[in-house]
Design a protein around this ligand. Structure first.
Ligand code: G3P
Ligand code: MG
Length: 379
């Protein structure tokens, strides 16, 4: 499907987002029909391995919709992954999983970056990672964003290894309308970078570590004098995660360790940064609000999930594959979270995890959904 048609389809879909959301909440408008439980699905290692559905995830998700395709059980995808705007990821998941996923049902590692827009709205910031990291931040409202590919392409010789890489960033610069001429590139070089955002798993570690050190050591002006460190944000701190390869792959947390140990060796002060994503309790607090928004009429006051009166879920199920991330997070968040650990991802043990034991361990997500629907006695 060409991007233009895709965009059209998508604009129609996202436009419908609010109407579909309204129909959701209409479905649950009668208190009696409002389910007292909701589900948060991790993606890598639970629903997908790479882009391949795993553990009967297609059948499992279909049981959350009625025969007319209307959502019966409120659920979200709660992933530390990312790299594309939520509306694009929702479309991709709908294609892969054969169900209608709304943008509001997709919560990614970088989703909380939205809270930082007021702070850096017009400041030059650099977005790092696979996919479309700059488009993600622009979608949130940041107005002066460059991907690290674009940013690095403005500095001759900043990556001494570029000549040895089949892919080069030079291409980006030549093709990029943002840099119509040398002046606009020079303009970038003289602008101070106020923050760097690691949106998704970095692709070119050597170049990214080099350029980030250049930015972070010089107050945001690579090649210039040492200066105060600009802000640095990571969407998650996962050391490893499960994808299509039999054993775990290095995650964003591994990149953070590499960057931090190198930076601390070549710089007088240690690296300062903020990590988001599971297992932070704020992710689960926000997830509860997002699930409520799925079932409560838009006018309903959602602000205080701590206020038992407004809290409408008795149980929220977190289905994850990584004990130190998904299960630890749900346990730390406490009531109403119930943690379910699958064996299709990082965890492959017979019993439970020794460090972060889950409330329930199952082989697959299909088994997890079956358990939830039987326990909540919903067919
Ligand atoms: O890069 C994503 C990975 O670290 C974990 O993703 O879906 O298992 O939270 P997920
Ligand atoms: Mg996972």
């Amino acid at each position: 499907m060409s991007f233009r048609i895709f965009t059209k389809v998508w604009q129609r879909r996202t436009r419908n987002n609010s109407t579909v959301l309204a129909s959701f909440s209409r479905t649950f408008s009668q208190l009696s029909s409002r389910p007292s439980f909701g589900v948060a699905f991790d993606i890598d290692g639970v629903i997908l391995l790479g882009n391949a559905p795993v553990g009967g995830s297609l059948r499992a998700l279909r049981r959350l919709y009625d025969d007319a395709g209307r959502l019966k059980i409120p659920y979200i995808f709660l992933t530390n992954g990312g790299g594309f705007p939520e509306y694009k990821r929702a479309f991709e998941l709908s294609q892969l999983l054969g169900v209608d996923v709304l943008p509001s049902q997709v919560v990614q590692g970088h989703s909380p970056f939205k809270q930082l827009v007021n702070r850096f709205e017009n400041e030059l910031i650099v977005a790092v990672g696979k996919g479309e990291p700059a488009a993600v931040l622009t979608e949130y409202g940041f107005k002066n964003v460059l991907s690290i590919d674009e940013y690095a392409s403005c500095f001759e010789n900043i990556d001494p290894l570029a000549p040895y890489k089949k892919w080069t960033t030079k291409l980006v610069a030549d093709q990029n309308t943002k840099f119509k001429d040398g002046d606009s590139r020079n303009d970038v070089c003289s602008q101070r970078v106020h923050a760097a955002f690691i949106v998704s798993d970095p692709v070119d570690w050597s170049r990214d570590i080099q350029v980030l050190c250049d930015i972070l050591r010089t107050g945001g002006l690579p090649g210039r004098n040492i200066g105060p460190q600009p802000h640095l944000y990571f969407a998650n701190d996962d050391l490893e995660y499960q994808t299509a390869f039999p054993s775990e792959r290095l995650g964003m947390g591994a990149f953070r360790i590499a960057l931090e140990s190198i930076f601390n060796r070549i710089h007088s002060s240690t690296l300062e940064y903020t990590s988001f994503g599971k297992p932070h309790p704020s992710v689960f607090k926000n997830a509860e609000i997002v699930l409520q928004q799925l079932i409560l009429p838009p006018c309903h006051d959602l602000r205080d999930v701590n206020d038992m009166n407004t809290r409408c879920f008795k149980t929220l199920y977190m289905i994850g594959d990584n004990p130190s991330v998904d299960i630890r997070g749900a346990r730390q968040a406490g009531h109403p979270w119930f943690s379910i650990l699958t064996r299709t991802g990082v965890f492959k043990g017979k019993e439970n995890d020794n460090n972060f034991s889950a409330d329930l361990v199952v082989d697959t997500v299909e088994e997890a959904v079956d358990y939830i629907l039987r326990k909540e006695c919903t067919s």
